[in-house]
Design a protein around this ligand. Sequence first.
Ligand SMILES: Cc1cc2nc3c(=O)[nH]c(=O)nc-3n(C[C@H](O)[C@H](O)[C@H](O)COP(=O)(O)OP(=O)(O)OC[C@H]3O[C@@H](n4cnc5c(N)ncnc54)[C@H](O)[C@@H]3O)c2cc1C
Ligand SMILES: NC(=O)c1ccc[n+]([C@@H]2O[C@H](COP(=O)([O-])OP(=O)(O)OC[C@H]3O[C@@H](n4cnc5c(N)ncnc54)[C@H](OP(=O)(O)O)[C@@H]3O)[C@@H](O)[C@H]2O)c1
Length: 468
Amino acid sequence: MAAMARALPRPGRRFRWRIWASAGGARGAAGGAAAGPQDYDLLVIGGGSGGLACAKEAAQLGRKVAVVDYVEPSPRGTRWGLGGTCVNVGCIPKKLMHHAALLGHMIQDAHHYGWEVAQPIQHDWKKMAEAVQNHVKSLNWGHRVQLQDRKVKYFNIKASFVDQHTVRGIAKGGKEILLSAEHIVIATGGRPKYPTYIEGALEYGITSDDIFWLKESPGKTLVVGASYVALECAGLLTGIGLDTTIMMRSIPLRGFDQQMSSLVTEYMESHGTQFLRGCTPSHIRKLPDGQLQVTWKDGISGKEDMGTFDTVLWAIGRVPETRSLNLEKAGVNTNPKNQKILVDSQEATSVPHIYAIGDVAEGRPELTPTAIMAGRLLAQRLFGQSSDLMDYKNVPTTVFTPLEYGCVGLSEEEAVARHGQGNIEVYHAYYKPLEFTVAERDASQCYIKVWSLLCTGDAHGRNPPHLL
Ligand SMILES: Cc1cc2nc3c(=O)[nH]c(=O)nc-3n(C[C@H](O)[C@H](O)[C@H](O)COP(=O)(O)OP(=O)(O)OC[C@H]3O[C@@H](n4cnc5c(N)ncnc54)[C@H](O)[C@@H]3O)c2cc1C
Ligand SMILES: NC(=O)c1ccc[n+]([C@@H]2O[C@H](COP(=O)([O-])OP(=O)(O)OC[C@H]3O[C@@H](n4cnc5c(N)ncnc54)[C@H](OP(=O)(O)O)[C@@H]3O)[C@@H](O)[C@H]2O)c1
């Protein structure tokens, strides 16, 4: 539930945008926008989950709004349209391919339910990828139409700050545009990390920015990392029948309940995903036949080992997109350790009329629904007289591994650390989904866990369990 606080009244200043001619270039606007002076109440940098939600909400409240969005191609050259990470290289293609993998599993179950399916079943990557990519392209188009319908001006430009109210954009042809606005929202998200210190990592590896846009099957794949992206990608690749290995240097799903995380990886292992535990890659070489030879250090045995793969997927975390924004020109402060933008409970940065939402903001969950809600609430506070703040506590999340894992609140480890072992009670239950019974599926990792605070309070000396 959102906590309540009073939003500060904003001065009613208006700002103008001007079109700048680059050296030797003609005056004109990018993307066919008409030349001439215009005012913006709100300028949003980044057309992803948070930015689009904020812009649309502000426009619905009758404000003059512009969104700038630009996708820097991945090192591999993959590019995509409007909508940000979730739509193009995150939740949407991931969930659809996860579904493709689950369907494969269901086809295996189908004969128990009377379906006669010819064996062996085959999966066609090309067909799946094309269908998923076409759906994503339709979403890109849908976002453009929604902006147009709400009269939000869209600029396909890469933005950086000139001063506290002005942003410069470079359009595809190199043309420069200056846009100014009363309020500016930074919603530029993040991009996958590359371990550039590893020889061959950038040259031969890919990331989640590429995997969903591959036209050909990735084949035998090594996934490096052990969090959401790594486990989800490895799970779906295994599910569609590819030889898949996860290389993890430490524990799976850091920050999640470790008992539950182990159940997730045990299930994956029993369904074909291979795990190299305690290992870190040291270099990648391309062999004459095109395969990638990966050398790694086994931290447990201390030995070096080697394997060949068709694809190496880095899933080792993400970096916020703040480096090219020229934040210092506007006086917006970042955390020097991770380059995320420092924000307060109003989503305001160190500059009161510049805000940051979504993955780019410090201390926020990197999830689409929170970015969307934060964007909507921010627009309402700025223009709709609402004073509701985004409440980031107890945000539920799901890891879309072959056995899906949903959770909310503190893990058992965090609960013990916060409240003490003697002050909590943990409830465990195995369960068997009904559909597993007929298909005789193994349900040994289907598990529910709830912890509650032990406390005295009601007439019986105990409160009912608190689901935190
Ligand atoms: C593989 C994967 C799977 C995921 N699955 C889920 C899931 O199942 N559920 C979930 O809740 N979350 C999921 N996420 C996380 C989710 O995608 C992000 O939390 C969400 O997209 C963040 O939204 P955002 O608005 O902060 O930024 P983004 O959606 O990343 O949008 C930022 C936009 O700004 C643009 N931009 C950057 N710099 C500039 C600039 N200088 N000028 C102009 N434009 C710029 C970017 O190109 C991008 O279009 C997943 C992420 C990944 C990588
Ligand atoms: N279903 C969903 O909602 C969903 C799905 C995908 C992504 N997301 C969002 O996207 C965010 C990013 O996820 P992510 O999985 O990319 O990153 P992440 O949560 O930051 O995890 C990074 C993983 O890579 C490992 N790692 C880091 N550096 C490494 C290195 N140099 N060598 C080897 N391993 C390394 C980490 O191991 P250590 O633990 O040892 O550090 C960890 O396992 C998440 O926080 C999540 O909010 C959400």
